[in-house]
Design a protein around this ligand. Structure first.
Ligand SMILES: Nc1ncnc2c1ncn2[C@@H]1O[C@H](COP(=O)(O)OP(=O)(O)O)[C@@H](O)[C@H]1O
Ligand SMILES: [Mg+2]
Length: 287
């Protein structure tokens, strides 16, 4: 069974999508893991890192997350056969290290908005079935949109960890606290130690070598004392290399034309450290 990470925060724009992609690539690079990315956000931002919008809307519904939630007929896990390979590299031993993507679908809005209790349960069970059939992977990363709805429940029902990117402000810290408050009765594992893993993202580069960030961190922790316990020590700083805009596609690690190499290497370095700490945390908890 793969270890399943849900990238979540009720605050938008904190880097859920960006870090899901970048850390997947890092998991493969550093630890030779096989990763499945699932785009459970109807906005399809994760899919858009790899494909143009007109390609995404042309994917057959059976090859998107729509089928995983609500198959028109048959086995929901059939969508795993249609996943898109977004990275592949042959190693020395000819084992392939790869990342596949189950693309998103805007159509799932219709289900999220209208599902009654029975249909909701149907979707949750289908999604869980898909994950339980994803045995070819070491990890599944689920990207979610910033809301507390049926899609959120599908992800939480199937996940072992919440990975919560946060920028250093009150709302993104509260975004996790409230997510936990809303769902902890239903998903008791959210209460277990270290199951929610915070990552500081987009940290102001000016704060890099000063005590100011830790002062800020402490101030935020005052009203949310849990966060200091579960946020990773390694952080990702604000950088153009992680700022997706225009037509740039693919993983940050595979960018060419990177400008100043020292800046680019700094980002790779940060991603490497976060990946290592994240894997360590997962191993510790998920024995
Ligand atoms: N460390 C970073 N530095 C600069 N820009 C970033 C960083 N992380 C993410 N971004 C950018 O911030 C925006 C929001 O990130 P995104 O991953 O889409 O957030 P979310 O999925 O939480 O809504 C995107 O334009 C993304 O490219
Ligand atoms: Mg997103």
């Amino acid at each position: 069974m793969p270890v399943v990470l849900a990238f979540m925060n009720l605050k938008g724009g904190v880097g859920k999508t960006t870090l899901a992609a970048a850390l997947a690539r890092e998991f493969v690079k550093d630890a030779a893991k096989k990763v499945l990315l699932i785009d459970l956000d109807p906005q399809c931002n994760l899919s858009s890192i790899f494909f143009d919008p007109d390609e995404i809307v042309r994917f057959a519904p059976q090859q998107t997350v729509l089928h995983a939630l609500y198959p028109d007929k048959g086995d929901p896990a059939r969508c795993l056969k249609g996943v898109k390979r977004v990275f592949a590299e042959g190693s020395l031993f000819h084992t392939e290290r790869s990342i596949n993507l189950l693309p998103g679908s805007m159509e799932i809005y219709k289900i999220i908005a209208t599902a009654g209790a029975n249909e909701a349960e149907f979707c949750i069970q289908n999604f869980r079935e898909v994950i339980s059939q994803a045995t070819a992977y070491d990890f599944v990363f689920i990207d979610t949109n910033p809301s507390a709805n049926l899609a959120t429940m599908c992800a939480l029902q199937a996940s072992h960890f919440v990975v919560a990117p946060m920028v250093m402000d009150m709302f993104s810290v509260r975004g996790i606290r409230i997510l936990k408050e809303v769902f902890v009765d239903k998903y008791r594992w959210l209460n277990e130690d270290q199951r929610i893993i915070g990552i500081w993202n987009k940290v102001d580069i000016k704060l890099r070598d000063s005590a100011a960030t830790s002062r800020l961190e402490k101030a935020l922790a005052k009203s949310n004392p849990e966060i200091l316990r579960w946020v990773l020590a390694n952080r990702i700083y604000e950088t153009n290399h992680l700022h997706y805009e225009g037509s740039r596609k693919g993983f940050v690690q595979d960018q060419t034309n990177v400008g100043r190499l020292d800046f680019f290497n700094r980002v790779l370095n940060e991603l490497g450290h976060v990946c290592a700490e994240l894997l360590q945390r997962i191993r510790l908890v998920h024995a």
